[in-house]
Design a protein around this ligand. Structure first.
Ligand SMILES: NC(=O)C1=CN([C@@H]2O[C@H](COP(=O)(O)OP(=O)(O)OC[C@H]3O[C@@H](n4cnc5c(N)ncnc54)[C@H](O)[C@@H]3O)[C@@H](O)[C@H]2O)C=CC1
Ligand SMILES: N[C@@H](CC=O)C(=O)O
Ligand code: NA
Length: 436
């Protein structure tokens, strides 16, 4: 059989890693795909830059449109990132009858509904394993391996950069900015790293996971999104004193009246496996009604781990080139007749436990005022610690863990606490999940 021809867009971290893996494991990959895979043409911005991969024997161009319109290309692999021209290139590739593999979570989260409709109309595949949790085959696991289950909830560490930063802060007391610079140098961070630290990248990924898990359309704008820029080393240390780790989690949960979709720093009991996922590693916990809890673990970013998923998608596409792609387990969210219209809940409707940190004047009766307000709102306190005031300061830090409460009630209580004259500044809150 003649080789399958790949057209690659982008030769950066993931593009370079993909070329390396395709070349190094060519024999293995050919056996698994059933056909030889040939890198026909690659679009790169700068043809003279030094690369992490060997480009000998590969046709290079600076024009990505040359790749998507090349009649010899069977599969377009989009690894340039961003929305445009990536979206236009993917749509043109589908129009030209090509299958698409992409690692671009922003593109899928924001424009996937349109892209999948086009793919379906053209009878072509759009594969995106690398877009969520890098090298972990979580898309395949959710869509195929767990397809007999009703997914109850999933929770994941799905941003390698944030997990790397939080781990270095906790283990080595390193400065946030310093660690972020290192994550950028290692190729983990997005080209705009605020996407990582503000939780936007994790929200893109959660959008995709929730859509597959619950058969709902992609709804990025409905994800409650908080990043890690407000997490201080003090919070990390206090959480540790109480037996918890702080992780940036993406959580999607089927509740009675709708679906919770949220990304935020979260306290997790340190005994949980997921609390011990460190550095650039990612992990996704999925609770299915039949299987119970399952945990998927692996590198969430980096050239070769991400390439591992890109190449697996290429092999998957090659295997289905001779069959009808519609015969695969469908991604229900893109079949109009199968879409679930279950609503996404506002954040005020979620129910969880909380870590609260406030700054109180160091005099008798202050704590009693705070606990009375919480009691008035039926909020039970699980633990409370008071720390010495930092040098020369009149206010002392008070840290509390609450039991589960609806966020709306907590907001009301916090407003009243903040209005007490003895409280200095806003009450800091971090959500707490036991993940049991
Ligand atoms: N770096 C990582 O660990 C992971 C990245 N991703 C995703 O993979 C995609 C690529 O990311 P990276 O490789 O990290 O980015 P990168 O910035 O290292 O590589 C992108 C490359 O595309 C090139 N490019 C941009 N526009 C182009 C154009 N119009 N024509 C030709 N070349 C163009 C750039 O010059 C650059 O070399 C993004 O969507 C990213 O979100 C997904 C999972 C992990
Ligand atoms: N910037 C992302 C890259 C992988 O998706 C991350 O840090 O996880
Ligand atoms: Na993946």
């Amino acid at each position: 059989m003649k080789p399958v021809n790949i057209g690659l867009l982008g030769l950066g971290t993931v593009g370079g890693g993909t070329v390396k893996v395709l070349k190094r494991n060519a024999d293995e990959i050919t056996r698994r795909a059933g056909r030889e895979i040939h890198i026909g043409v690659v679009a790169a911005r700068d043809l003279n830059r030094s690369r992490i991969c060997d480009t000998a024997g590969i046709r290079l161009t600076t024009d990505p449109y040359e790749v998507v319109t090349d009649p010899g290309v069977d599969i377009v692999v989009e690894l340039i990132g961003g929305l445009e021209p990536a979206k236009d290139l993917v749509m043109r590739a589908l129009d030209a009858g090509k299958h698409v593999v992409t690692a671009n979570k922003m593109l899928i989260a924001l424009h996937g509904n349109e892209i999948f409709a086009k793919a379906s109309e053209k009878g072509r595949m759009v594969a995106f394993e690398a877009a969520v949790a890098g090298g972990i085959p979580i898309i395949k696991a959710l869509r195929e391996g767990l397809s007999g289950n009703k997914v109850e909830w999933l929770a994941g560490i799905i941003n390698g950069t944030c997990n790397f930063i939080l781990t270095e802060m906790r283990e080595k007391g390193r400065d946030f900015r310093d660690v972020l610079k290192e994550a950028q140098a290692l190729g983990y961070a997005e080209s705009d790293p605020t996407f990582d630290v503000e939780g936007i990248d994790a929200a893109h990924k959660l959008t995709i996971l929730a859509s597959i898990a619950f058969g709902i359309p992609l709804q990025f704008d409905r994800v409650w999104t908080e990043g890690i820029s407000s997490v201080t080393s003090l919070d990390v240390a206090y959480a540790e004193t109480l037996g918890y780790r702080i992780k940036l989690l993406g959580i999607a949960r089927r509740a009675e009246k709708g679906i919770e979709l949220r990304v935020h720093p979260t306290l997790i009991p340190e005994r949980r496996l997921i609390a011990n996922v460190n550095g650039v590693m990612n992990a996704v916990l999925v609770k299915g009604d039949a299987v119970g809890p399952t945990l998927f673990y692996g590198a969430g970013a980096g050239a070769e781990p991400t390439a591992s998923s890109v190449v697996a998608d290429i092999i998957d596409v090659v295997r289905t080139l001779t069959s009808d792609p519609e015969n695969r387990v469908p991604h229900l969210a893109f079949q109009p007749e199968a879409i679930s219209d279950i609503p996404i809940l506002p954040i005020e409707d979620i129910e969880t436990a909380y870590y609260l940190r406030l700054s109180a004047e160091d005099r008798p009766g202050v704590l009693a005022d705070v606990t009375r307000i919480l009691a008035d709102h039926n909020i039970s306190i699980e633990a409370i610690i008071q720390k010495e005031p930092p040098n020369g300061e009149s206010h002392l830090p008070v840290i509390m863990l609450t039991q589960k409460v609806q966020e709306r009630k907590l907001n009301d209580a916090i407003r009243e606490i903040e209005a007490l004259p003895v409280i200095g500044g806003p009450v800091k809150r971090i959500r707490l999940e036991t993940l049991g």
